[in-house]
Design a protein around this ligand. Structure first.
Ligand code: GLN
Length: 474
């Protein structure tokens, strides 16, 4: 695990002339390739393209260090972000050979900041899952213990950072898919405020919930990664023009007088006792640094799984309608009519969990059931927004566990979708309310599996949120 270099360390090596970008990128590629058979973190490793970019930077690295915050830094991105000329599968056979003609905005931003993308990482198909076991290309494995899942859906991006291939990576988070794998792999994972980061070129799962964010081994690198991708994008009407502060300079570690809200609803039934103990100890360490602990209430927590799995599947059923064999990816040719071609293509291309979600989503939107499910879920979503607005009158950040348990064994929950969905209890609310949240490592279970503490901030308050995470990390 220990061979990761931070952004700062790599930049020091470059500045001192002790390493060239092509050497660092080559080393990252070697590590990624060597581990891939065991960990299956990558669906594509872009050796040729990455080395070409690195070689072009070799002569200019000193100049690049002055104005490119991620100059020569190897990064990886989840394989649901479009990359020009590089296959983008979404972990699905329906897009198994899909090569996008354009970059997602975050890709352009990373490259403009000087980063070099060395690979596209494994994920649950279309980001639907919490273990990476729903990938059409086999599960990724947890580098701490390969018998265990790395979490999901952005499992591969978490593995790449936790295994020391790259200092930062990008994932997407619709219901916890950055925070939960960060927690399972013992790293930092941030879901920014909805609208903070452009979603242009991110293949949509549930458009009102999806958000891109970074993984890193430490909070400072997560702040730097967020800096590179935050801000308004004219290609995404939901991206916000709220000013982007300097996130790294907010990391003072000073939490004196900060009010940390603790909701008892997130510490009750279903929470593993070891997770509870580690998270409570983390909260106490903030208190020891001068923060004030206040009790806040999130009374509608018991509804969040139901609400999320109605809204997310409804949006997914509509978003995934575009994969029909006509415009993108797979087409099953042996069909006599157009509708038979649609049916056969979708049957062959989508995996079981994606089909389950399309059916659920189609059902909750169908006439006769719309009011009972979809509309009611939207009403409860508003109540959740109100719960947090009330809570933030009493506190500055809220602390909860990221997930109710540490990582589980591969195969342990794969036949029980409901058990899998219940693992999302603390994370999905944050997407339903559009708030930013970060998972920070706060110790390990007796079996040596990492445990994450989730800090939730108010809308667009990532600077403060990251500072609290930084204090916790100290
Ligand atoms: N585990 C959740 C789900 O299966 C979250 C997925 C995500 O955030 N992409 O929907």
């Amino acid at each position: 695990m220990a061979n990761t270099n931070t952004i700062e360390e790599l930049h020091k090596l470059y500045a001192a002339g002790e390493a060239k970008p092509s050497e660092i990128i080559n080393r990252a590629l070697d590590r990624a390739e060597a581990d891939n058979e065991r960990l299956n973190a990558y669906l594509t490793i872009n050796r040729e393209g990455a080395l070409k970019q690195a070689a072009a930077l070799d002569a200019d690295i000193q100049a690049a260090l002055k104005d490119k915050p991620l100059a020569g830094i190897p990064v990886v991105v989840k394989d649901n972000m479009c990359t020009t000329g590089v296959r983008t599968t979404c972990g699905s056979h329906i897009l198994g050979n899909y090569v996008p003609p354009y970059n997602a905005t975050v890709i352009n931003q990373l490259e403009a900041a000087g980063a070099i993308i060395i690979g596209k990482t494994n994920l649950d198909e279309f980001a639907m899952g919490g273990s990476t076991e729903n990938s059409g290309f086999g599960p990724a494995r947890n580098p701490i213990n390969p018998d265990y899942v790395p979490g999901g859906s952005s499992g591969g991006s978490a593995v790449a950072v936790a295994a020391g291939h790259v200092p930062i990576s990008l994932g997407s988070d619709t219901g916890g898919s950055i925070r939960q794998p960060a927690s399972f792999c013992g790293i930092v994972g941030l879901k920014p405020t909805y609208g903070r980061v452009s979603r242009f070129g991110l293949v949509a799962f549930a458009s009102s919930l999806d958000q891109i964010g970074p993984f890193a081994t430490n909070v400072k690198d997560a702040a730097r990664a967020l800096q590179a991708i935050a801000g308004h994008d004219r290609h995404d009407a939901t991206s916000s023009s709220v000013a982007v502060p300097d996130f790294a300079s907010a990391l003072t570690g000073d939490v004196k007088g900060l009010r940390v809200g603790v909701p008892p609803e997130c510490f009750g039934e279903g929470l593993d006792p070891e997770v509870k103990a580690r998270v409570e100890a983390g909260i106490q360490s903030l208190q020891a640094r001068g923060a004030e602990i206040v009790e806040v209430s999130l009374p509608h927590t018991k509804y969040v799984i139901a609400v999320y799995y109605i809204i997310a599947t409804a949006e997914a059923s509509s978003n995934l309608a575009r994969f029909d064999g006509v415009r993108y990816g797979l087409r099953v040719e042996e069909a006599r009519t157009l509708s038979e071609m649609y049916r056969r293509t979708r049957d062959a291309g989508f995996g079981a969990e994606v089909k389950r979600r399309i059916m659920l989503g189609t059902f909750v939107l169908s006439s006769g059931y719309y009011d009972a499910y979809y509309e009611k879920a939207q009403r409860v979503r508003t109540m959740l927004v109100n719960d947090f607005a009330e809570a933030f009158k009493k506190c500055d950040v809220i602390a909860t566990p990221t997930a109710p348990t540490p990582a589980f064994k591969i195969g342990e929950k794969s036949d029980d979708p409901l058990a899998m969905y219940l693992g999302d209890i603390y994370t999905v609310t944050i997407n339903l309310t559009g708030l930013p949240a970060v998972s920070v490592p706060c110790g390990a279970s007796s079996a040596g599996l990492p445990i994450g503490l989730q800090l939730i901030g108010n809308h667009f308050d990532e600077a403060r949120l990251l500072n609290v995470a930084y204090a916790l990390e100290q």
